[in-house]
Write a protein of this length. Structure first.
Length: 274
């Protein structure tokens, strides 16, 4: 790992974990039927929905002597509930053999992504989006539905649980103090792309950057990446983090992000990558 803007690598990794915890839990904490367990050891997020997009375990800071028992307890929670989930492991997670403990508990590695970070002050001052693209920060229930429909469309058939989650979470997400900023890109009035910025851990975190297949490779994803980053910089934030798939590395590197480590998603057998 490397330092960004003078911030040591271990602090970047910890800030990224804290940020992801906000992304993964803030809305769920405000949903009826959801459960968020947060202590010094880990964060467990159970949305109450049968959808691993919104059920997580993350930010593990477990002493070696209790780690196996805590892993078993968390995995058993979702088994008893009968809900799918994912457990994310990054460079700051402890103990060092956490991945082995998860495999011993019956989970398997589903996919890995590259953690990246950028100095927001090194971004371009302005960015001209592709012609005809209007980027809206989500402020209305109709825009939340547009955001949700685009995300749900990442699965075939579209995931109805994604629509259900955002319908329930809309009042919280539209509140003035929400640390989750949603964006939708409209081309000729048609929603074609999304992004989300989470404010937490002292950094800005990018998530849910997505463009419909028919409009990719037109600069829309870049525009939906830069707009929230520029908003975050205007709000006084200095650093940004994200998790990149192999397909996104070139885009994010071109904007100024550098790799800081690897994150691996673990799931129960048979669930695989979504």
């Amino acid at each position: 790992m490397t330092s960004i803007a003078g911030i040591p690598a271990h602090q970047l990794a910890a800030a990224a974990d804290d940020n992801m915890a906000v992304h993964a839990s803030w809305a769920q904490e405000r949903l009826p039927g959801a459960r968020v367990l947060r202590d010094g050891g880990l964060v467990l997020v159970d949305s109450g929905l049968p959808c691993d997009t919104f059920n997580f375990v993350l930010r593990a800071r477990l002493d070696a002597g209790v780690a196996q028992a805590r892993v078993a307890q968390a995995v058993d929670h979702f088994r008893r509930a009968g809900r799918p989930f994912s457990w994310w492991v990054g460079p700051a997670d402890e103990p060092e053999n956490l991945g082995a403990l998860l495999r011993a508990a019956g989970l398997e590695a589903a996919e890995s992504e590259v953690g990246m970070a950028a100095d927001l002050h090194a971004l371009p001052a302005e960015h001209e989006p592709p012609r005809g693209l209007a980027i809206a920060r989500v402020r209305t229930a109709a825009q939340v539905r547009d955001f949700a429909r685009l995300l749900a469309g990442n699965w075939t058939p579209p995931d109805a649980e994604v629509m259900r989650f955002y319908e329930m979470a809309a009042p919280a997400l539209l509140s003035e103090d929400a640390p989750l900023w949603l964006y939708v890109g409209y081309l000729g009035g048609t929603p074609v792309a999304t992004s989300e910025l989470a404010v937490g851990g002292g950094v800005a975190g990018l998530y849910n950057i997505s463009t419909v297949a028919s409009h990719r490779r037109q600069g829309i994803g870049r525009a939906l990446t830069l707009r929230p980053l520029l908003d975050a910089r205007a709000a006084g934030l200095r650093l940004a983090i994200l998790q990149a798939s192999a397909d996104g590395l070139g885009l994010y590197s071109g904007i100024g992000f550098v790799a800081t480590g690897q994150l691996t998603e673990y799931k129960p057998p048979g669930e695989g990558a979504r």
